[in-house]
Design a protein around this ligand. Structure first.
Ligand SMILES: NC(=O)c1ccc[n+]([C@@H]2O[C@H](COP(=O)([O-])OP(=O)(O)OC[C@H]3O[C@@H](n4cnc5c(N)ncnc54)[C@H](O)[C@@H]3O)[C@@H](O)[C@H]2O)c1
Ligand SMILES: [Zn+2]
Length: 359
């Protein structure tokens, strides 16, 4: 069993990573809880809900609410429905919400837990690789029609129970999505880890490798958020690759590309800009090869328009005084934030799209 303690402002909490742990949940959940509400989505519930219920043993008789799978469930409608479920189940301050699923369920159930009765305990049980990123750090949210994650709070789980055995059923694009954030964490921290990942084919990962990468990724994220929980300074580094990624996701329409795949492409661009602007020495060609050999959908860029992308990037919340604040790398493990003019972004994006189109 691998475990790690995260030191949040409100409390410390443990992340436990182990294959098969869903079958023995009882050992990891305090018997002081009088009621449990499991929140999950309709894809995850089909595969793992029975295991989780029997893993809780006879001690608990959990309430269950299932939301439709997909980003559109991070909505006011589902939020309200879940609050109704909390009231109906008569959850009180000694109750627990168990979020079983990927980042969507984690963000939604976490936001419910943060607001119901001004906050009750919740445990994250991530079932996607991407959720190594979303389950720690304490950001919980739902979406507004005008934008993602506009309604939310900072609220940490009391525990993260990560059963790597659940990751075996992930479809290929969700594995790529998860590894988009994993490799971002590698670029933020360690050349050796980047090199290791370049050898890896994400379609053919061993359970040990995934467990190792999740733990490393969580350590990088935890190290950053522990010193800047509320995103006043260095937490912005976690946005590496995200300015272009958000623009691509918004332009294509959510659901056309996974978040982590877009981050993988955005990271490639951030590395190229770092080379030009900061003269950083970075293994950009090697990384581009890795993206292509792992079938990240880089070709979608060919059909996107530079001016529209630029406009989207400027709407991104990091824009101050018209310049786009971009996370770049001086070298692997040494991020920084640099203001870039429209002109610079336009030129770089044109060059980048040309490079991608030539492959
Ligand atoms: N809070 C944060 O700090 C933070 C950070 C990054 C992302 N996020 C949020 O996370 C969300 C994305 O998370 P995600 O990529 O995990 O998406 P997701 O939760 O929507 O899961 C992706 C798909 O995989 C399915 N799935 C989940 N686990 C599965 C399994 N084990 N086997 C088979 N299918 C499975 C889901 O039903 C869904 O269809 C977004 O809403 C994003 O805003 C939050
Ligand atoms: Zn992300």
């Amino acid at each position: 069993m691998s475990s790690l303690t995260i030191h949040a402002n409100s409390h410390d909490y443990e992340v436990i990573i182990e294959e098969g742990i869903r079958h023995e949940l009882l050992n990891y959940i305090s018997s002081d809880y009088q009621k449990i509400l499991i929140i999950t989505d309709d894809k995850v519930s089909n595969i793992y809900l029975d295991d989780v219920i029997s893993g809780l043993g006879n001690e608990f008789d959990p309430h269950i609410t299932i939301v439709p799978a997909g980003e559109s469930s991070k909505s006011m409608k589902q939020y309200e429905r879940l609050l109704d479920a909390c009231v109906e189940a008569q959850l009180d301050r000694r109750s627990l919400i168990l979020a079983l699923g990927g980042g969507m369920v984690g963000d939604l159930a976490g936001f419910v837990a943060s607001t119901y009765l001004r906050g009750i305990d919740f445990i994250q049980m991530p079932t996607t690789i991407l959720a190594h990123d979303s389950s720690v750090g304490g950001k919980v949210a739902i979406n507004h029609q005008k934008g993602k994650n506009l309604i939310g709070s900072f609220y940490n789980p009391v525990k993260v129970i990560y059963d790597t055995g659940t990751l075996l059923t992930l479809p290929a694009e969700e594995i790529r999505s998860g590894y988009g954030e994993v490799i971002k964490h590698a670029f933020l921290s360690s050349p050796e880890w980047c090199n290791d990942l370049f050898q890896v084919s994400v379609g053919n990962l061993s359970s040990e490798q995934i467990k190792d990468d999740l733990m490393k990724g969580i350590k990088v994220k935890a190290g950053i958020v522990e010193s800047d929980e509320r995103e006043k300074g260095i937490r912005r580094y976690l946005n590496l690759g995200h300015t272009l990624a958000h623009a691509i996701e918004a332009e294509l329409g959510y659901g056309k590309i996974t978040h982590g795949e877009a981050v993988g492409i955005g990271l490639w661009f951030a590395l190229r800009v770092s080379q030009r602007k900061l003269e950083s020495s970075l293994p950009v060609d090697r990384y581009a090869e890795w993206l292509k050999s792992n079938h990240y959908p880089v070709e979608i860029l060919k059909n996107l328009d530079v001016d529209t992308l630029l406009k989207r990037m400027k709407w991104d919340k990091k824009t101050v005084h018209q310049k786009i604040n971009y996370v770049l790398l001086n070298q692997i493990g040494a991020p920084c934030v640099v203001g870039l003019s429209d002109q610079e972004i336009q030129t770089d994006l044109n060059l980048f799209i040309k490079e991608v189109s030539a492959t």
